[in-house]
Design a protein around this ligand. Structure first.
Ligand SMILES: NC(=O)c1ccc[n+]([C@@H]2O[C@H](COP(=O)([O-])OP(=O)(O)OC[C@H]3O[C@@H](n4cnc5c(N)ncnc54)[C@H](OP(=O)(O)O)[C@@H]3O)[C@@H](O)[C@H]2O)c1
Length: 241
C-alpha cells in the first residue's frame, strides 16, 4: 500500500521538489505551506498533490492540519520537516522578533509536527522522519545566529528522537543542504552570491532542489532502514565534516 507522506513547506523550492519526488516514488503526498496561496494553487494544479495551509510554528495548527490529512489520506508514514525561513542580520542588530520567528518556524516546528504523529508511528512500528537542516547549522554563518542556532538544534533533536524511536521501526535523519537555487537563496544579494558564496563551493555552482529531493526519497524509503540519527551532507563539497 502507498505510504502517506507529509512535506512541510512543500509547495515551493526544495519542499516542492521533495513532494514531487515522493509522489513519483509512489507515495500519497500532502504538501503543507504557510501563506503563499498563489504558489500553492499553482503547485497543486501542476502536480495534483493536495495542499494544506497552516503555520508550522503553531502547535495547535499542526495538530489540526495533520488530523485533516490523516482523515483524507490515512495515517502519516513519512514526515519531512522542510518549512523554514531566514531573517538575516548581524546579531548586534537582531530583534527579539527576528530571533523567535526563525527559532519557532525552523526548530519548534519539529516538535509541533513530530509530536502529533509519533505515537501512531510507534504503534504501527514504522515511520520515516527527515529534517531539512542546513550547512549553516553545521558551520555557523555570519548574519545568521538565529538560523544557525535553529538548524544546529534540528541536528540534536534528530539524534535524540532517533535513539528514542529506533526500536519502533522509526528512523529519524537530517539532511544538511548547502546553497540551493531557490527563492530563499535568491534573497541573498547577487554580488554576495557570486563573489563570496559560489567560490566557496568546490563543484562551482548552486545545488538543485531535485538533488536534495533524491536524498529525501532514499531516507524515506524502506531501503534506508539501518540509517537513523544520521546527518546527510549535500553541499557540493563546501563544508566537509
Ligand atoms: N535554499 C537553500 O539554499 C537552503 C540551504 C540549506 C537549507 N535550506 C532549508 O531548506 C528548507 C527549504 O528551503 P527553500 O530554499 O526551499 O525555501 P523557500 O523557497 O523559501 O520555501 C519555503 C517553504 O516553506 C514554507 N513556509 C515558510 N514558513 C512557513 C510556516 N510558518 N508554516 C508553513 N510553511 C512555511 C513556505 O510556504 P509559503 O510558500 O506559503 O511561503 C514555502 O513553501 C528550509 O528549511 C531551509 O532552511 C535551504
Amino acid at each position: 500500500m502507498a505510504r502517506v507522506a507529509v512535506v512541510t513547506g512543500g509547495t515551493r523550492g526544495i519542499g516542492a521538489a521533495i513532494a514531487k519526488a515522493l509522489s513519483a516514488a509512489g507515495c500519497k503526498v500532502a504538501a503543507n505551506y504557510g501563506g503563499n496561496d498563489e504558489a500553492a494553487q499553482k503547485f497543486k494544479a501542476a502536480t495534483g498533490i493536495p495542499v494544506f495551509k497552516w503555520d508550522v510554528s503553531a502547535y495547535e495548527a499542526c495538530a489540526a492540519g495533520l488530523k485533516k490529512i490523516e482523515a483524507e489520506l490515512g495515517p502519516v508514514d513519512i514526515l519531512v520537516n522542510n518549512a523554514g525561513i531566514t531573517r538575516d542580520t548581524m546579531f548586534h542588530r537582531m530583534t527579539p522578533e527576528q530571533w523567535t520567528q526563525v527559532i519557532n518556524t525552523n526548530l519548534s516546528s519539529l516538535f509541533n509536527m513530530c509530536r502529533p504523529v509519533i505515537e501512531g508511528m510507534r504503534q504501527r512500528k514504522f515511520g520515516r522522519i527527515v529534517n531539512i537542516s542546513s550547512v549553516n547549522g553545521q558551520k555557523g554563518q555570519m548574519g545568521q545566529s538565529n538560523y544557525s542556532a535553529a538548524k544546529a538544534g534540528e541536528l540534536g533533536f534528530t539524534k535524540a528522537l532517533a535513539q528514542e524511536s529506533a526500536k519502533s521501526g522509526i528512523t529519524v535523519n537530517a539532511i544538511c543542504p548547502g546553497y540551493i537555487g531557490t527563492e530563499m537563496v535568491q534573497a541573498v544579494p547577487k554580488d554576495v552570491l557570486e563573489k563570496n558564496i559560489i567560490p566557496q563551493i568546490p563543484v562551482g555552482r548552486l545545488g538543485e532542489p531535485e538533488e536534495i529531493a533524491r536524498c529525501v526519497v532514499f531516507l524515506a524509503s524502506d531501503d534506508s532502514s539501518f540509517i537513523t540519527g544520521s546527518t546527510l551532507t549535500a553541499n557540493g563539497g563546501q563544508y566537509m565534516i
